[in-house]
Design a protein around this ligand. Structure first.
Ligand code: BGC
Length: 767
């Protein structure tokens, strides 16, 4: 079978050995020995796998991507990579080899066991060589390739990797290696045809290294627990340097936090074993890093060594390779640590797709989490291509009727049995509209709207037809499964979904979607559609008011999130807004300036307060240090964002182990507010991508200075302010080609300045 012209002459090949639903098989090595009779002018390798691959030519690794070909909806689409390998070939004998890993294709994914897409990993490769005289030859995967099992006894993303160095295959990807124990490969086309496409988003790479803290290197070595503390919760793995006798086996476990007795807290990993094994060859110093697994961790527990053995551990940070673009700092050290934690939450969870968490048996592209965090993400790093790719994944798993599932890529559909199509539910499925819009806003990227528009329209139709009754989305009388609610809100008395009615959340987001659709249609030059969505928006707003808002401006359920959504999405009449704001503030005051919001309400809470003229309350929440607050985990040593406001408390210890990640970025969505409002750096939706920057610092709380910078497509944008008594000094940097407006904070004797270019220094006095 010829899967694609790019792979002409190549067939999918695999090892004859496969694992089962709960048993994994060793990673197969595949190789092809071939002769090139003339000097090489150029050579290109096109390669992909169902599963993961790492290629070698003549003993040298091809490229530097990790987990290639990446994660897509393998039922539809598989990415391939193209490498210039001219420098790796030579006249005479050569070997092209590959190691295959299970990865997402046939390894464990979430709590669904193995083999979710197919039973065994497969390789597809085509090497085209152009000789000096212009003639060409092709080496492609086919039945003439050989395969063997090697030292990787198992390698799974959730379970870990087991490596027996005694089974090392030596120079397996070089000519001259003894092939007598190698078997013929299986030619194994996948069960269903898949589309092969060039890589879309940025590849995962080794982004950095972390050395364990000094104390953990020496002090704990002979103690009960041999635990290395890397000082930072992150996603990746370790590289070890080891000297120990032949056959000594290390058991290497990983955890984000420690139990009070100093042992690893691993209960929150659920079914993910997160354990690597390494068996020593016993010849001098051995170096090893697993190939096809990753863990989310800060602590590493190594067992199986004697006191005389030598071991060095280095953390290897892995994530999708996105350029850092933003910085935020201010006079408050706790908030600086919060910003640090947000960035590390992003690093840890932007791995091929935006995941909820990197450690337990989950690590899925939860649409709600991504939607909540994308605005913050677009400050910290250049996430444009990353989301282009994920939007493609979203189109690939959109239901036939237009629904969007709760995880993308999806391997199962939530509530599929009782739903007329896929539906991730309110605030989850809406990633479909919010994510492309945000990428447009932050990067001026019209293409993502154009590419995704048809899919967005289908989603809107799906909601109208299948998920609403009279514009009320997720109406409880019509739909058994409503959605996830205000996930992990604290107002639910222990119930994870909080008590904000899901139909209120659903209808609020539906209105927001209609509004964004109207704006999108305007941008794409579709006035008819824009009109249609504006009318729909008006109707949804009316339906929302009828059902959820009293004539006086009280919002049903009275939760913080119900007020936040109603106010933020403009669902309350102007005349009664003040009442709604008062009610929201009253609830916050009643809780002694603490929030009670979950995933859904939290991202907009501070915006709503600020826009309602209650910046004072917003800052009190931001600077709050007692539970629940953003700074509570910071004060308790967090280095990433916790999934739950009370992941750990001094009174209760750890939260329910069934759902207690210490590396979930959702609550880190407050990062955008720190950039936009504390520092004051905002794009203008009418000139997106920071072509027109709005500088609008809003000093408050105890903060005396703040600064933010952003590498935009046009260059560096930056703001810094310093408060000294009644004087506010502001420094602005406008990138070349952009222009800016400065909006002074209320209470200062200054006028708005427009058409700013270059650098500016402003001095403002309090009135
Ligand atoms: C995930 C979340 C996700 C949620 C859906 C959890 O298990 O970790 O982050 O959004 O399920 O409610």
């Amino acid at each position: 079978m010829n899967p694609s012209p790019v792979f002409a002459q190549a067939s999918w090949i695999a090892s004859p050995i496969a694992g089962g639903k709960r048993t994994s098989a060793p990673a197969p090595y595949l190789r092809k020995l071939f002769r090139l009779d003339q000097p090489v002018r150029s050579a290109q390798l096109v390669v992909t796998a169902l599963g993961l691959y790492e290629c070698e030519i003549n003993g040298r690794r091809v490229g530097d991507e990790i987990f290639a070909p990446g994660w897509t909806d393998y039922n539809k689409r598989v990415q391939y990579q193209t490498y210039d390998v001219t420098g790796l070939l030579r006249q005479g004998e050569n070997v092209l080899g590959a190691i295959l890993g299970d990865g997402w294709y046939c390894g464990y994914v979430a709590w669904h066991g193995r083999q979710n897409y197919g039973e065994r990993p497969r390789l597809l490769a085509r090497l085209e060589v152009i000789f000096q005289d212009g003639s060409t030859t092709v080496i492609a995967t086919d039945s003439s390739w050989k395969t063997a099992l090697g030292p990787i006894l198992e390698s799974d993303m959730l379970m870990g990797e087991s490596y027996d160095a005694r089974l090392d295959l030596g120079a397996w990807s070089q000519p001259g290696n003894d092939e007598s124990r190698w078997q013929p490969v299986l030619v194994a086309p996948p069960d269903r045809p898949v589309e092969l496409v060039p890589r879309l988003g940025p590849p995962v790479r080794r982004i950095g290294e972390i050395k364990p803290l000094k104390e953990s290197r020496k002090a704990t070595w002979n103690s009960k627990f041999r635990i290395f503390d890397l000082g930072q919760n992150f996603t990746g793995r370790i590289r070890i340097s080891i000297r120990a006798p032949r056959g000594a086996t290390l058991r290497i476990r990983y955890a984000e936090v420690l139990n009070p007795d100093g042992s690893l807290y691993t209960e929150n990993l659920r079914e993910a074993r997160c354990t690597d094994y390494y068996t020593c060859r016993g010849e001098g110093t051995e170096a090893w890093e697993p190939l096809f697994t990753f863990h989310g961790f800060r602590y590493v527990d190594v067992q199986g060594l004697q006191p005389d053995d030598f071991l060095e551990v280095t953390g290897v940070v892995l994530h999708s390779d996105m350029a850092p673009t933003g910085t935020f700092r201010c006079s408050h050290e706790g908030l600086n640590q919060l910003q640090h934690n947000i960035v590390w939450g992003q690093k840890s969870n932007f791995l091929e797709v935006p995941t909820d968490c990197p450690q337990r048996d989950e690590r899925l592209g939860w649409t709600g989490d991504a939607q909540v965090f994308i605005r913050t993400a677009a400050f910290n790093m250049d996430v444009r291509e990353f989301f282009h790719k994920w939007m493609q994944d979203m189109r690939d798993c959109q239901g036939a009727e237009g629904g969007i599932p709760c995880v993308v890529p999806t391997i199962w559909v939530w509530g599929a049995e009782d739903l007329p199509g896929k539906d991730g539910g309110p605030a989850w499925a809406d990633a479909e509209i919010i994510c492309p819009w945000t990428i447009y806003l932050c990067y001026g990227d019209r293409k993502i709207l154009a590419d995704h528009y048809e899919s967005m329209q289908r989603f809107m139709e799906f909601m109208a037809k299948n998920r609403c009754r009279g514009h009320i989305r997720a109406h409880p009388e019509a739909f058994e499964w409503q959605g996830f609610g205000d996930w992990l809100a604290l107002d639910g008395g222990g119930k994870t979904e909080g008590i904000t009615p899901v139909d209120l959340i659903g209808t609020a987001f539906y209105a927001h979607d209609a509004d964004l659709m109207a704006k999108t249609a305007d941008i794409l030059g579709r006035p008819g559609d824009a009109k249609k969505y504006r009318i729909l928006h008006g109707e949804i707003v009316d339906a929302f008011r009828r059902r959820f808002v009293t004539p006086e401006g009280l919002v049903v359920s009275g939760t913080q999130t119900s007020y936040v959504l109603a106010l933020h999405f403009g669902l309350i009449e102007e005349s009664t807004r003040a009442t709604a704001v008062r009610e929201l503030v009253r609830d916050i005051e009643k809780r002694n300036y603490h929030l009670a919001t979950g995933f859904v309400g939290t991202p907009y809470l501070l915006d709503v307060l600020e826009n309602a003229g209650r910046l004072d309350v917003a800052y009190k929440l931001l600077e709050q240090e007692t539970f629940p607050s953003w700074l509570f985990p910071v004060r308790n040593g967090a280095t990433t964002i916790w999934e739950r406001w009370d992941g750990w408390t001094p009174e209760k210890g750890f939260q329910d182990k069934g759902m207690n990640s210490f590396n979930h970025y959702a609550y880190g969505a407050v990062g955008a507010w720190m950039y936009r409002t504390v520092a004051g750096l905002e794009p203008d939706p009418n000139e997106p991508g920071y072509a027109h920057i709005i500088f609008r610092p809003r000093p408050g709380g105890s903060i005396t200075w703040a600064e933010a910078s952003l590498q935009t497509a046009l260059g560096l944008a930056a703001i810094r302010w310093d408060l000294d008594g009644d004087t506010l000094q502001v420094q602005l940097t406008v990138p070349p080609g952009a222009h800016a407006t400065f909006q002074p904070p209320p209470g200062y004797a200054a006028k708005e300045s427009t058409q700013l270019k270059g650098s500016h220094r402003l001095v403002l006095k309090k009135t």
